[in-house]
Unconditional design. Structure first.
Length: 390
C-alpha cells in the first residue's frame, strides 16, 4: 500500500484489540543498505521484539505467531524491499495487516498496545503545500510540481525545450520566430513546422531570449498556471530570472529563487534546494494557527491543559491541535462518562491519549500541528485553539 488516506487513518485509529502491533522504520532507496538487506534485518528484529512483548503480556505463542505471520512473509518479498521510500509503517493485529510506504524518514519505533500508534503518520495527512519549479536556461526548460514530500516532472504540451525550439538560428536573419511541430529536444526542424506570429524586429540575443521566455510563459499559463495560486520558483542565472519575471503573466513567482545554471542538476538535489527556499511557506499555516492561539489566550478559546484538550478533541471543539514531536501522554478517556485518567508512566491497558486526540481532531475536521518543543505555544506537550470555549 502507498500513502495512507484520511479514511484509512480513521479506520486504523478506531481499531481496538488486545494486541495492536505498530512498527515504524526509516528505509533506504539504494546503496549499501539495500544491497545488504539492512531494512529487512531491522524489520525482522522488530517482529521478534513484538513477539517477546506480546509473550510478556501473557499472549499465547500460537496467537503471537498468527498475528505476526504476515510480517514474516513480507520479509521474503525482495521486490518490496528493493522499492522503498523514506520510511515504512506496518500494522498487525488479529485479522489485520496493513503497511504504508512513507515519503519521509521516520524514527524507528515499536509499540504493542490496545490501539495503533499513528502519530508518526500525521505529516502525510497535513495540508499539502504545493509549489512549482521552472528550470530555465538557453538550452533547457523543465517544469516540476512539488510539495513538502516530493517532486515530479510535468510534461506540458507545447512547452519549448530551449531557445532553438522557438527561434532557429538559420531564421534569425529573417527575424521570424519558428516553433517545431512535434520535434524532440536536439532534433532538427522539419518541413511543415509551425510559425508563431509574434512579429518581426528581434534585434539581439536578449530579444530572442525574451521571445523564448514569453513562449514558455504563455504555454505554462494556458496549460497549467491560469487557475493556480501557489508559489513558482525559478531556477536560472540571475539575468534570466529577471527577464522571465518581466514577461510572465503569473503573479506568484517567488522572490527567493534559485540563481545559477541547473542544466545538469539531478532532480532530488533540485528538489531539496527548492524546498529549502520555501521553508517559511510550509510553516505559514502553523504560524497563523499559533497566532490565533496567542491572541485568544484570555478568551477561553486557547488551552494547554491535557485534561481539557483531550476531551475537547473528542467533542469536536478543537480547531487546531498542537502536539510536541515524539511525545506521549498515557492514560484512558471514557467519552460516555467524560472521565479522563492520566498516568505519569505507562500502565497496563493505557493508550496514548495524544494519539487519540490527533485522530479525533482530524476526523472532526480540525488541523493538527506537530512541533518541536521550542515551537510549542506553552511548556505542555499538547495545546489547542478551540472552536468554542470549554
Amino acid at each position: 500500500m502507498e500513502i495512507i488516506t484520511k479514511d484509512e487513518f480513521t479506520e486504523l485509529g478506531n481499531f481496538q484489540s488486545a494486541n495492536c502491533v505498530s512498527i515504524y522504520l526509516p528505509t533506504h532507496t539504494s546503496g549499501f543498505a539495500v544491497n545488504e538487506r539492512y531494512d529487512q534485518i531491522v524489520f525482522k528484529n522488530n517482529l521478534q521484539k513484538a513477539k517477546n512483548l506480546m509473550s510478556a503480556r501473557g499472549v499465547d505463542l500460537r496467537e503471537c505467531e498468527s498475528i505476526l505471520e504476515p510480517g514474516f512473509k513480507l520479509l521474503n518479498d525482495e521486490k518490496f524491499w528493493n522499492n522503498q521510500s523514506g520510511g515504512l509503517a506496518v500494522f498487525l493485529s488479529n485479522n489485520l495487516f496493513k503497511y504504508y510506504k512513507i515519503p519521509f524518514s521516520v524514527k524507528e519505533e515499536l509499540m504493542v498496545n490496545n490501539s495503533f500508534l499513528l502519530t508518526p503518520l500525521l505529516p502525510v495527512l497535513e495540508r499539502r503545500h504545493r509549489f512549482y519549479l521552472l528550470v530555465l536556461s538557453k538550452n533547457n526548460c523543465k517544469f516540476y510540481e512539488a510539495d513538502q514530500f516530493g517532486m515530479k516532472k510535468l510534461e506540458v504540451e507545447g512547452l519549448p525545450y530551449g531557445i532553438n525550439d522557438v527561434i532557429h538560428f538559420e531564421e534569425k536573419d529573417k527575424r521570424q520566430t519558428h516553433r517545431r511541430a512535434g520535434a524532440g529536444a536536439g532534433e532538427r526542424a522539419v518541413v511543415g513546422a509551425s510559425f508563431h506570429g509574434h512579429g518581426s524586429g528581434l534585434a539581439d540575443e536578449d530579444e530572442y531570449m525574451q521571445q523564448y521566455f514569453r513562449e514558455v510563459d504563455q504555454t505554462l499559463w494556458s496549460e497549467v498556471l491560469h487557475n493556480q495560486h501557489v508559489p513558482l520558483i525559478l531556477a536560472a542565472v540571475d539575468y534570466e530570472i529577471a527577464l522571465y519575471k518581466q514577461v510572465s503573466n503569473y503573479k506568484h513567482i517567488c522572490e527567493n529563487n534559485l540563481p545559477g545554471n541547473f542544466d545538469h542538476e539531478d532532480r532530488h538535489s533540485l528538489y531539496l534546494k527548492a524546498k529549502e527556499k520555501l521553508t517559511g511557506y510550509f510553516k505559514e499555516y502553523s504560524k497563523t494557527a499559533l497566532k490565533n492561539f496567542y491572541d485568544n489566550s484570555a478568551s477561553g478559546l486557547s488551552s494547554s491543559t491535557a485534561t481539557e484538550v483531550i476531551p475537547a478533541a473528542h467533542y469536536s471543539q478543537v480547531s487546531d491541535l498542537f502536539i510536541e514531536r515524539n511525545t506521549h501522554i498515557w492514560g484512558s478517556f471514557n467519552d460516555k462518562e467524560n472521565k479522563i485518567v492520566i498516568n505519569e508512566t505507562r500502565k497496563p491497558n493505557d493508550e496514548c491519549l495524544i494519539n487519540r486526540a490527533i485522530l479525533k481532531t482530524i476526523v472532526n475536521g480540525g488541523e493538527v500541528h506537530i512541533l518541536d518543543r521550542e515551537k510549542m505555544p506553552t511548556s505542555s506537550p499538547i495545546a489547542a485553539f478551540l472552536r468554542f470555549a470549554i
